[in-house]
Design a protein around this ligand. Structure first.
Ligand code: F6P
Length: 420
């Protein structure tokens, strides 16, 4: 059987374990040298394919590739870039096909969230229409945990662990100070339209009075009066109030409590700044001294406290994607399937890209407590196994050692790409 080359690209917001998926892809492809020729990685995602900037991962040593498993962020660069529809921008698809043809690429593995799975799906369909069929396999990733079909998304378990650990630690800090100083701590976490990350922070509450005392979810419309009443009662009861607020927290009319202005290529509003907004509201209404923190990129880059379960799953979906491609599957994505027993188990399943593309899975209402300010037992059962285990990176001189790649580009064969 003739060999073909594989193109792998990272897409959208990166995570602390997306490189573990890259590691799974590249190591598995190397195990199938009889079927897969070169593995190219897009420099800055799919933009790398359009610009014909293909990183030859074959130039990286086995140890550098192995180190990807414990390295955060996107080793090859990611992008927020939306391919328009075929009718709107046919040139872009033709260019992709030209690049794939010029470099004998027959496999396209796209590591991203809902928008990226949509792109992979489009490329798969159009490649057939354009007479150069490409096997397209999605590799799931998103800290937001909002992809449908899969039980959870690689990247989420580690963010969940980071935010739960952080609010526990910061909660203890505020508890020490609250008698004479700070009474309120507000931590803002990611999750554009879904409260999965905020909800996971609730794992830190194991006994009555543990932080966080209040969680604000995008799924529950913000009610200023009820919220302030709750803050006051927490301060009276526990001496302080630790709050986790999702960046996507919304007013009744669906507008965000605070948005940072601007939007990305997909039209997503850039969020950030709801923590100071909430903290200021508390100060002006209740007069409490506060501190606030926006976990922002720290939470999705925090490889030092990654969940071992998450790392294993991220690697497994990368590996499975290559195996799917070799098994002749197309326009599908490996998923995580949770076992039914009491003890947590998981295995790899499969979803059609068309079922995954552009669908956002929100926190079910029965995962959120009746008063809307915390999580239920059911949510705990869902979240708890996803943060299990530690998978520390190696440390030297007190600092984590992360992968250092050469990122050598292959020689271009085509004319320079000019975007329209
Ligand atoms: O990819 C998801 C996410 O991490 C969101 O939770 C967050 O709102 C967004 O990305 C930030 O995106 P960017 O890094 O492009 O500003």
């Amino acid at each position: 059987m003739s060999k073909a080359n594989l193109f792998y690209a990272q897409s959208g917001g990166v995570t602390s374990v997306i490189n573990a998926s890259a590691c799974g892809v590249i190591e598995t492809a190397r195990d199938h040298k009889d079927r897969i020729g070169k593995v190219f990685a897009g420099r800055n995602g799919i933009v790398g394919a359009l610009k014909e900037e293909l990183i030859d991962t074959g130039k990286e040593s086995a140890s550098a590739i192995a180190a990807l498993r414990h390295s955060p962020a996107g080793a090859f660069g990611s992008c927020r870039y939306k391919l328009k529809s075929f009718s709107e921008n046919r040139r872009e698809y033709e260019r992709l096909m030209d690049v794939f043809r010029a470099h004998d690429i027959r496999y396209f593995l796209y590591n991203g969230g809902g928008d990226s799975q949509d792109t992979a799906n489009k490329v798969s369909q159009l490649s057939i229409d354009m007479g150069f069929p490409i096997t397209c396999i999605g590799v799931p990733k998103t800290v937001d945990n909002d992809l449908p079909v899969t039980d959870n998304c690689p990247g989420f378990g580690s963010v969940a662990k980071y935010v739960a650990v952080s609010i526990r630690e910061a909660g203890l800090d505020v508890a020490s100070m609250c008698e004479s100083s700070t009474k309120v701590f507000v931590m803002e976490v990611m999750g554009r339209h879904a409260g999965w990350i905020a909800g996971a922070a609730g794992l830190a509450t194991e006994r009555e009075g543990d932080a966080p005392h209040i969680i604000l979810f995008p799924e529950i419309a913000f009610d200023r009066v009820r919220f302030l009443r709750k803050v006051k009662s927490c301060v009276r009861k526990y001496g302080y109030c630790a709050i986790v607020v999702s960046e996507g927290a919304q007013n009744v009319d669906g507008s965000f409590l605070a948005d940072a202005g601007g939007a990305d290529a997909f039209g997503h509003v850039q969020l950030g700044g709801v923590a100071p907004f909430v903290a200021n509201m508390i100060k002006s209404e209740l007069g409490y001294k506060y501190h606030w923190a926006v976990a922002d990129y720290l939470q999705r880059a925090a490889r030092h406290i990654a969940s071992a379960t998450d790392v294993a799953q991220a690697y497994a979906v990368g590996k499975a994607a290559v195996e799917f491609a070799l098994a002749g599957k197309n326009a599908v994505m490996p998923t995580i399937v949770r076992g039914k027993g009491k003890k947590y188990t998981w295995r790899i399943g499969e979803a059609k890209l068309s079922d995954v593309a552009n669908v956002e899975k929100k926190m079910p209402r029965n995962y959120i407590s009746r008063d809307g300010f915390h999580i239920t037992e059911r949510a705990r059962e869902y979240f708890a196994p996803l943060i299990m285990g530690e998978d520390y990176p190696p440390f030297r001189k007190g600092m984590p050692r992360y992968a250092q790649l050469k990122r050598m580009l292959v020689a271009k064969k085509l004319k320079k790409w000019r975007a329209t």
